[in-house]
Ligand binder design. Structure first.
Ligand SMILES: CC(C)(COP(=O)(O)OP(=O)(O)OC[C@H]1O[C@@H](n2cnc3c(N)ncnc32)[C@H](O)[C@@H]1OP(=O)(O)O)[C@@H](O)C(=O)NCCC(=O)NCCS
Length: 406
């Protein structure tokens, strides 16, 4: 391959970025409206880069300015890497490596604590220091078997909202919801726009998007958006619902929405992405009303500033643990970090002592967000040292989850 250059994307690159995307992901922009959608606007933001060969764009990668929720703390700034695509004619020639390395370097220079991404394949990003920080379960709810336990008492009401109201209300409720869910991303405004645009291209034969809210005394505390698809036969109606988003500021509010979503006439099944520690099961008489079809990774994190990151979360006990971190990309980050938790507040500093446990920076991201039991890493030979101590120290009160596609 001739010389590869990495540079900031410019508005003139848009058509080529769109073409690279189309070829890399095998997508066709059939919908006129969608074809002119400003999805490539993300390349206007910092870290929007293209790789060129002989002056021609052959690869691209961008990043949203987002936040990620941390266990027991306030969400921290995160660069959400997106639109990583390389022309198939130039694959496996180091274009992605060049783009991603440059992005991560720039993010570090900007003091960004963490980078995140959702991955098309689980084997790509570990080499860049990304660890899996959240999974999502694809679940099917069989409505005929759904009966809520009598102890569950609805207190509010559900109503349909039009897209204009959804546009105003949903982001604020999602912001309140995401804070308590480790590894959950802030939804980029462009992703909200895409959700509300509801391009016919995205419907996959199902209805347009339906938006509902749950409210108590006029105050909305849970929202959902879904489509209804029809697979009826001469034997009778057989609709199914695909829930794109369902979230609430607390579990009770969200459960009230689920009661509505699973009670629609003619609907036999409801498909949704759910946390792996789904609370929905516990409100039903028949727990087998919910199938888990598959569980897949749905967020990856790359610690860029270990001190900021370790200080950002809450810890269940006051204690001192020294983390041994190995970074194959940024050698200067390799070393020991002592985390002191006093009165629930963490401080962290670089130290020159033997760590309590050592692992790759990618695995520390998984431990930090509560995605892995450190003893599993010990068994796999990925962690050395006091796995039990690390487990106690980094314990979280709920499984990480992310429902944002970015
Ligand atoms: C996946 C993709 C971005 C890789 O780009 P690329 O320029 O071929 O990657 P590089 O040549 O820079 O490879 C860098 C390293 O990643 C590895 N790698 C690349 N793609 C991989 C994949 N799909 N699975 C596993 N490893 C992969 C390479 O083998 C190489 O490994 P090394 O550590 O031995 O050097 C590109 O093939 C693509 O656009 N695919 C389709 C769209 C897609 O899946 N994008 C990613 C979205 S999250």
């Amino acid at each position: 391959m001739s010389d590869l250059t990495v540079r900031r994307a410019t508005p003139e690159d848009r058509d080529m970025i769109r073409l690279v995307d189309a070829r890399a992901y095998g997508i066709t922009f059939e919908d006129e409206e969608k074809a002119v959608e400003p999805s490539v606007d993300v390349f206007d933001d910092p870290y929007g880069l293209v790789g060129t060969v002989d002056g021609k764009v052959v690869g691209a990668s961008a990043a949203y300015a987002l936040e990620v929720s941390v266990p027991g703390g306030t969400p921290i700034p995160a660069s959400g890497v997106t639109s990583v695509a390389i022309l198939p004619t130039h694959r496996r020639q180091g274009v992605m490596r060049a783009l991603l390395t440059e992005q991560l370097q720039q993010m570090r220079a900007d003091a960004m604590p963490v980078a995140t991404l959702t991955a098309s394949e689980a084997t790509i990003y570990g080499r860049f220091g990304f660890g899996r920080i959240a999974r999502s379960a694809k679940r099917t709810i069989h409505t005929a078997r759904v009966e809520f336990r009598p102890e569950f008492k609805p207190v509010g009401c559900v109503r349909f909202v039009d897209v204009e109201e959804a546009r105003v209300v949903f982001p604020g409720v999602h912001d309140r919801y995401r804070v308590g869910v480790p590894a959950m991303m802030k939804m980029p405004p462009r992703v909200w726009s895409r959700i509300f645009a509801d391009y016919p291209d995205d419907r996959g034969g199902a209805s347009d998007r339906v938006h509902v809210v749950h409210e108590i005394d006029g105050v909305v505390d849970a929202c959902a958006t879904y489509r209804v698809a029809d697979r009826s036969t001469e034997l009778g109606a057989d609709h199914f619902v695909k829930v794109a988003l369902a979230f609430g500021v607390d579990w009770h509010a969200e459960l009230e929405l689920w009661r509505f979503l699973t009670s629609l006439d003619l609907v036999r099944t409801v498909d949704a992405h759910r946390p792996v520690d789904d609370f929905l099961d516990w409100s039903l008489i028949d727990m087998r009303a919910l199938d888990s079809r598959s569980i897949t990774d749905h967020n990856w994190g790359r610690i860029l500033d270990p001190i900021k990151v370790f200080e950002a979360r809450g810890y269940p006990v006051d204690a001192i643990v020294t983390v041994g971190l190995i970074d194959d990309v940024f050698d200067d980050l390799t070393g020991s970090y002592r985390i002191v938790v006093d009165g629930g507040r963490a401080t962290c500093e670089r130290v020159d002592v033997e760590p309590d446990a050592t692992a790759n920076i990618a695995d520390w991201a998984s431990i930090f967000f509560g995605e892995v039991d450190p003893r599993a890493l010990l068994a796999a030979g990925r962690l050395t040292g006091e796995a039990g101590l690390v487990k106690q120290f980094f314990a979280t009160d709920r499984a990480p989850f992310n429902d944002v596609y970015y």
